[in-house]
Design a protein around this ligand. Structure first.
Ligand SMILES: [Ca+2]
Ligand SMILES: [Ca+2]
Ligand SMILES: [Ca+2]
Ligand SMILES: [Ca+2]
Length: 286
């Protein structure tokens, strides 16, 4: 079979995908004012002033398998945000689960330049192609933190550019507020993540890569999923809760949903200098 050169093949993938292929209703990424980006310490007080419209709650998630919605079985919220000052994406999340263990996590997939198209699962391509392009034009992250995964990490990028899943390009803070990791007992946890966005995450490292630059009113592609694998830690055949219901989103960016990068909310401070969170919150309370 005649093979395309890698870049030509990728361009074909991009050209045959479209914005209209994305899933579900548009969500909104909150814009953190410069200086008010969250501190990744596992405390969620620096998310508390974000309006409800930015909360993505378990009630609106989609399960492609059998389990019906039961908030005593799995409950969560996610808030996605960004900052023009830091050019980072931020995810704040809370999870309540009646049986927690260390194969359960957020799987999130990102297509910041909204090309759609395949980005993993290139099994029919050459090893060279797979090494260059797996996870390059869109990314799949596994976010276990604050759980230490059975695989031996808190966060990872499931692509050739493994460095993209590690500090300083993916950082987190989090904690269990109830229960214990891998107990198979009820637990609650909260976590916050900062992610550097990439249009091309190159296996050779950040210097060989293309960082995505956020701008107000951009539309980006995103999916986030939680496999609540209570009955069988080895299988997803009970519940795989998805933000947009994008079946196949682990390899196809057309299956992501759309998020709008929102303008600054009115009433928030636009610049904070030499200020602690206590002082900022006190100013809101007046
Ligand atoms: Ca915090
Ligand atoms: Ca559960
Ligand atoms: Ca892309
Ligand atoms: Ca569970």
């Amino acid at each position: 079979m005649k093979r395309f050169a890698p870049i030509a093949a990728l361009l074909v993938v991009m050209a045959t995908s479209g914005v209209e292929a994305h899933q579900g209703e548009m969500g909104f990424m909150f814009q953190f004012p410069a200086g008010l980006e969250p501190t990744l310490d596992g405390e969620m007080d620096d998310w508390a002033f974000i309006p409800e419209v930015y909360y993505n709650r378990a009630e609106s998630m989609f399960n492609q398998f059998g389990a019906p919605l039961d908030l005593s079985d799995f409950n969560s919220y996610q808030i996605w945000g960004y900052s023009l000052a830091t050019n980072k994406a931020y995810l704040g999340a809370w999870v309540s689960d009646d049986a927690i263990h260390n194969t359960e996590k957020w799987s999130t997939t990102t297509d910041w330049d909204h090309t759609g198209g395949q980005f993993r699962g290139f099994g029919d391509e050459s090893e060279e192609f797979q090494e260059r392009w797996t996870g390059a034009q869109a990314q799949r992250y596994d976010l276990y933190a604050p759980t230490f995964a059975s695989g031996g990490f808190y966060t990872s990028h499931r692509g050739s550019a493994e460095w993209a899943g590690l500090p300083p390009h993916l950082e987190w803070g989090g904690k269990y507020t109830k229960g214990e990791v891998n107990s198979f007992e009820p637990a609650e946890m909260q976590a916050e993540f900062a992610i550097t966005p990439w249009d091309d995450a190159h296996p050779d490292g950040p210097e060989a890569s293309t960082e995505h630059i956020f701008a107000v009113n951009q539309i980006i592609g995103l999916e986030a999923n939680w496999g609540d694998k209570d009955p069988d830690p080895g299988a997803y055949d009970d519940a795989y809760w998805s933000l947009f219901g994008g079946i196949g989103a682990s390899a196809q960016a057309d299956q992501f949903g759309d998020f709008l990068l929102a303008p600054l909310e009115p009433g928030l401070p636009t610049a904070v200098e030499n200020s602690t969170w206590g002082q900022v919150k006190a100013s809101f309370a007046q």
